[in-house]
Design a protein. Structure first.
Length: 745
């Protein structure tokens, strides 16, 4: 086989892999990793990109030259990657920036390296229109399968897997990603109906547009639905449909979709409306409001203006910078790891340099798209131009996803091929290092043909891929072990422990595994205490000396792993919160545990300063040791942060009562009832009403009798808090206790 034939064969294999990436990526999900959707897709993408790189560079060796397609997106991509690497170097949590905020991987440096390599491999190896068509067919086929599965799940027809039995199940991972993918591909179907062509028959276009439209209409958010309408409008602006043929064909999917959506909003009197019930009860993803997201990203930009806080660190920006009005929203207990849109995400995590690089990328895409509209005779050019514009608009109303980015990069690679012979902006070029002396003793038919650079690159690539694969396999094995641990958590505690220990050995820098292992150690120690706890028959309990040794060992490991987690990721408020909870719940068997608990909670508050629940926990610790002054202070912080939080007012009232301030306690208790008055039949309302009656009786009679009602926030979660337990662990006095400042009303 001559060099030209071998190069063509390698190119064919690369394009086959590209087709597999296009078809498999949106559909792939597996129950073997911590997260079922994003992780399997990224693992598959890593393997596919690695194989393509090997074949691509091998084709350079065969041809004796490095052959790359240069496009307007090269510089923006490389600038974005440079900013990511620099930002990661200065990030407080480098492991998170490199590999992602587990189990979320999209947005990390590794994910973007894969995306960019995928783009370069695709754009340099798509050589003819047939390859473009096959790539688009693969994307359309995958999107059709995703749509069908998603709509069936919407109507409670599930795949035969336990974790898929949810009305919002979709193979991409979430309905926003699914519907965004469909909007991206919708122009291909619309234009194929308006302008019949050889690429996609009109009948198939009608079916695809109908399925895509129904999926977007039923599952999509309002912004996604507006994107679908824009796709239709742009298609009609470019090509006017024939009133007798193409317009009636186009009206079929449009009218059916509009009717389905309209019916889902229409009550039917006394008769049930299944579509309306589905729409009302459908569990949609919660998106961070723009105003909140803007304040968070602007605050992160203020403190880290040039390179941001690092890729994949938006969660920590959220907890540190969220405004107090966020506590008035229905999802105030949630911690968001993504902004309102991609541009605010990049502003907060990559700073102004990252935003400028991404804006350059976006502007170049728009420039190409508008130039593509001029090629009205080329259906693919116009179609891909509309998809490119929709992609930018989607990033303005949502953050990106792995599926959306991969699909768009493949479409952009196809777009570059379409423009290759019509624009000077897309061209092939070669680079090389001549090595005439090296090739003097070789036959002219040998692989080395006067250029040693491809061989050098191939050798470096193999070394780099081997190193990446070695570490990647360990990370994947660790993640699979973590999944095994989670599966066994409810029934087989020892299996959970062993799996987490092995996962930690394979990925020692992952704070998620360590914090889970800390909680597992505590749970095992607590289970021993529960089984041997003191009771009426045995006031001293049944703890043997070996039980005490086992508890001591497990608690020591729990504390060690918890401390390791906060050392690896000091910006994660949840890690500090877990460590504080562990210390708090072992106060009965560990000297100075409560001081360490207060310190850990204080550091959690430092990273999540406007979180009412953290302040409530601190107040509960102080209440448990009868320090009512500080308990009142932190319970007051809680209600100042969230004035409509009934539980906060109830705890404050109890603490004020026990402090002796009965009048203030009554005012707080009345506030509880006013918050709960929307449901006077609830158990919480009845409990609060009974408590207020008792409080009024005390005020009327001047009674100082003790009450069995204590602050709920002071209650523990385990059996290792009791005063009658033997001490099994001695902790040193903490050097200082991190005490957060009070919240102003």
């Amino acid at each position: 086989m001559n060099r030209s034939a071998l190069a063509n064969l390698l190119n064919s294999v690369i394009n086959t892999i590209l087709i597999l990436v296009a078809f498999v990526t949106p559909l792939l999900f597996l129950p073997f990793t911590t997260e079922f959707f994003e992780a399997p897709k990224l693992i598959f993408l890593s393997i596919a990109v690695g194989l393509m790189l090997i074949l691509w560079v091998l084709s350079w060796v065969v041809q004796g030259k490095v052959l790359i397609t240069r496009t307007p997106l090269d510089i923006p991509f490389l600038l974005l990657l440079v900013v990511m690497i620099v930002s990661t170097f200065f990030s407080e949590v480098k492991f998170v920036s490199i590999l992602g905020n587990f189990p979320r991987l999209h947005g990390s440096v590794v994910s973007w390296v894969l995306y960019i390599l995928l783009y370069f491999a695709a754009v340099s190896n798509i050589k003819d229109d047939r390859q473009v068509r096959n790539l688009l067919y693969a994307l359309l086929s995958s999107a059709l399968a995703v749509s069908i599965v998603s709509v069936l799940s919407y109507f409670n027809y599930y795949l035969p897997l336990a974790f898929t039995k949810s009305p919002n199940f979709t193979p991409t991972g979430n309905s926003a990603s699914t519907t965004a993918l469909l909007v991206l591909l919708l122009p291909i179907t619309i234009i194929s109906i308006i302008r019949p062509n050889k690429f996609l028959p009109s009948s198939i276009g009608i079916v695809l547009a109908l399925v895509f439209g129904l999926t977007i209409g039923l599952l999509g958010s309002l912004t996604i639905q507006l994107g679908a309408i824009l796709a239709l409008v742009l298609g009609l602006l470019v090509y006017k449909p024939d009133l007798k043929t193409t317009l009636p064909a186009l009206l079929i999917p449009v009218v059916v979709t509009i009717l389905a959506v309209a019916v889902s909003f229409m009550p039917m009197g006394n008769r049930p409306n299944p579509l309306m019930d589905k729409r009302v009860n459908y569990p949609r993803e919660i998106q961070l409001p723009f105003s909140t997201s803007w304040k968070i990203s602007a605050s992160a930009f203020r403190d880290n203006p040039f390179i941001g806080t690092g890729p994949s660190t938006y969660l920590y920006n959220f907890t540190r910078y969220k405004p107090v009005e966020f506590n008035s929203t229905p999802y105030w207990t949630a911690r968001f790891d993504s902004a309102f849109n991609e541009y605010l995400q990049i502003l907060g995590t990559l700073g102004i340099l990252g935003l400028l690089a991404f804006l350059l990328f976006s502007l170049n895409i728009l420039n190409l798209a508008f130039s593509g509209f001029k090629q009205r005779s080329d259906i693919l050019a116009v179609t891909l131009s509309i998809s490119s514009i929709l992609f930018i608009l989607l990033l303005l109303v949502h953050t990106s996803s792995l599926v959306l980015i991969v699909a768009m990069l493949l479409l952009l690679a196809a777009f570059m091929h379409v423009n290759k012979y019509k624009s000077q902006k897309v061209e092939e070029f070669t680079i090389g290092i001549k090595a005439q002396k090296l090739t003097e003793n070789f036959n002219t038919n040998t692989i080395v043909a006067g250029d040693i650079l491809p061989l050098i690159i191939f050798a470096l690539l193999i070394i780099g891929l081997f190193y990446s694969a070695w570490n990647g396999v360990n990370l994947v094995r660790a993640d699979m072990l973590h999944r095994q641990a989670l599966n066994a958590a409810s029934t087989r505690g020892l299996d959970t422990y062993n799996s987490l220990v092995e996962a930690e050995k394979l990925a020692p820098l992952n704070d998620l595994y360590r914090i889970d292992l800390a909680q597992t150690n505590f749970a095992l120690a607590n289970s021993i205490a529960v089984s041997k706890a003191p009771n009426e028959a045995s006031p001293g309990g049944y703890l043997t000396d070996q039980d005490k040794v086992n508890i001591r060992t497990l608690l020591s490991q729990a504390i060690q792993e918890g401390r390791a987690a906060v050392t690896l990721n000091p910006r994660n408020a949840a890690n500090w919160e877990v460590l504080g909870s562990i210390y708090r719940n072992i106060s009965g068997v560990a000297e100075n545990a409560l001081q360490f608990s207060l310190d850990s909670y204080g550091r959690a508050v430092a990273n999540d300063p406007l979180n009412p629940l953290l302040r409530l926990s601190v107040g509960g610790v102080y209440y448990s040791v009868r320090n009512y002054d500080l308990a009142v202070r932190f319970f007051t912080d809680t209600v100042n942060l969230k004035p409509d939080y009934a539980n906060g007012w109830y705890n404050l009232s109890v603490a004020l009562r026990d402090k002796g301030d009965l009048q203030s306690a009554q005012a707080a208790a009345e506030r509880v009832l006013s918050i709960l008055q929307t449901n006077t039949e609830s158990a919480d309302y009845q409990t609060a009403a009974k408590y207020l009656e008792d409080l009024k009786s005390r005020i009327a009679t001047g009674s100082a009798q003790s009450s069995q009602v204590t602050a709920p926030a002071a209650a523990g979660e385990g059996a290792l808090q009791g005063d009658n337990l033997p001490n099994v662990l001695d902790l040193p006095e903490p050097d200082n206790i991190a005490t957060p400042p009070a919240v102003k009303r």
